[in-house]
Ligand binder design. Structure first.
Ligand code: GLN
Length: 454
């Protein structure tokens, strides 16, 4: 299986999904898996996976798709990738992504665009972002599963754009240790897979308490696969009216209606709900995420990691920082650092950062209110459209790009689990995804509801 995947990867280099292949490691891990074969073999024994470049992998380039981490080979393994290997998974290589996970199209990567294996005529489409390489690799059968990370939709949006399944677990479910930090209060790792069952198995292998991450939840790991009974009779599914955006394409409306009908047919009760602060989520996210990023990215100083600019005679430490960061960071990352620094500056802290934090609390309370009223899960579209073309209008206008995250960022702000599942196609046959949002720590239940949509 590992050999088959390695040869598929070679044949699909045009997708630019894998940016660093690790065939030696893969073959060694596969051999070890063969030796463990049998009833006692761990859950993911011999399953070939790809690892997003945001995860530190011991001795293997881990660049977060950024020029500033050029040449960085971590001396340690991220907790999540380490857990996957303990469960028998085989690492095929590192996967393309937006630089530092900032983006929704994989176009900010230092490695260049990842390409969606789905095509619309001959137009090259984005696989989404930031976990674009992960999504493209799973959709093109280059691996059986991939790790993703989701700060504002980066697992769910690319999953929807490529017709695969991706779950962002509850904040604190997966350890962030060894995952390059973007916005620490929002970042979560999760699996990207062909279907819900694979997602359940892979999530179980990835998650669990880790003393090295102070926000890791000290909870037992449930058997997520066992939760997939297919029985959702009597479950209450909420349909938030605020997600019915003005100008929403008819095919997204239709997809949403079809999803409601499927859940009803399976015996669920579908109810209208209100999440009144939804419209403030996107602006709050695009204040909080850059603020945290500007602080997290201060560590890339040309001394501790990766790239350092060549200096001119007479340059001091300030020039070293400036030149290194100007060369090492791409335009979107620089934009985020500037926005983040601005909203955190003494004169604007209250007006922007503090305001955004208050809005975040209100958004969280909106969800708590509906869950307290007995709603088990919330159904929404995953994205406002199907995959868009690479290098098109959205790529030139950052605000247009940010609008892509309208259905996903609320979930990160509230720390809730959210899953995207393929649920239909648009007029030209491109995949579309639905999103289900669950109660905190009830990923098993959420996966089971998503299972009913398959
Ligand atoms: N597209 C969002 C952003 O650019 C989300 C990124 C993510 O989830 N990592 O911030």
């Amino acid at each position: 299986l590992t050999d088959a995947c390695l040869s598929e990867i070679e044949g699909a280099s045009a997708l630019n999904a894998f940016v660093h292949n690790t065939p030696e490691i893969a073959r060694e891990q596969a051999k070890a898996a063969d030796a463990r074969r049998g009833a006692d073999a761990p859950d993911m024994n011999g399953v070939p996976v790809g690892i997003k470049d945001l995860f530190c992998t011991k001795g293997v380039p881990s660049q977060a798709a950024s020029g500033i981490l050029e040449g960085f080979r971590p001396e340690y393994e991220s907790t999540v990738s380490g857990k996957l290997f303990d469960a028998g998974a085989v690492m095929l290589g590192k996967l393309n992504m937006d630089e530092f996970a900032m983006g929704s199209s994989n176009e900010t990567s230092v490695y260049g665009d990842a390409i969606n294996p789905w095509k619309n005529d001959d137009r090259a489409l984005t696989p989404g972002g930031s976990s674009g390489g992960s999504a493209a690799a799973v959709a093109a059968d280059l691996c059986l599963g991939a790790t993703g990370t989701d700060t504002g939709g980066s697992i769910r949006q690319p999953a929807a754009f490529t017709g695969i399944t991706g779950i962002k677990p509850t904040y604190g479910r997966c350890s962030r240790w060894g995952v390059v930090a973007f916005a620490s209060s929002l970042d979560q790792a999760g699996p990207m897979t062909k279907d819900v069952r694979d997602a359940a198995i892979m999530l179980e292998a990835m998650c669990g308490f880790d003393a090295k991450d102070s926000t890791s939840a000290n909870l037992a790991v449930p058997n997520f696969e066992a939760a997939l009974t297919g029985d959702i009779r009597g479950k209450k599914i909420g349909i938030p009216k605020e997600y019915r955006m003005e100008g929403m394409p008819a095919e997204i409306e239709q997809l949403w209606a079809d999803g409601q009908a499927m859940l009803k047919d399976a015996g669920a009760e579908v109810v209208d709900i209100s999440l009144p602060h939804t419209k403030y989520a996107l602006p709050a996210y695009y204040v909080i995420a850059p603020a945290e990023a500007s602080s997290n990215l201060a560590r890339y100083d040309g001394v501790r990691f990766g790239h350092r600019a060549t200096l001119d005679a007479g340059d001091g430490i300030t020039e070293m920082y400036e030149k290194t960061r100007a060369e090492g960071f791409g335009a979107e990352v620089q934009r985020r650092v500037m926005v983040g620094t601005y909203v955190l500056s003494a004169g604007f802290y209250d007006a922007y950062f503090n305001r955004a934090r208050k809005v975040r609390t209100l958004i969280k309370q909106d969800f708590e209110n509906v869950f307290n009223a007995g709603v088990d899960a919330i159904l929404t579209p995953a994205t406002p459209s199907a995959a868009f073309g690479l290098g098109e209008a959205k790529s030139a206008d950052p605000v247009q790009m940010y609008l892509n995250d309208v259905f996903t960022v609320t979930v990160n702000l509230a720390g809730l689990p959210g899953i995207a599942v393929p649920a239909g196609t648009d007029g030209s046959g491109l995949p579309l995804g639905l999103q289900l949002i669950g109660r905190p720590w009830e990923e098993g239940d959420l996966l089971n509801s998503a299972y009913a949509l398959e």
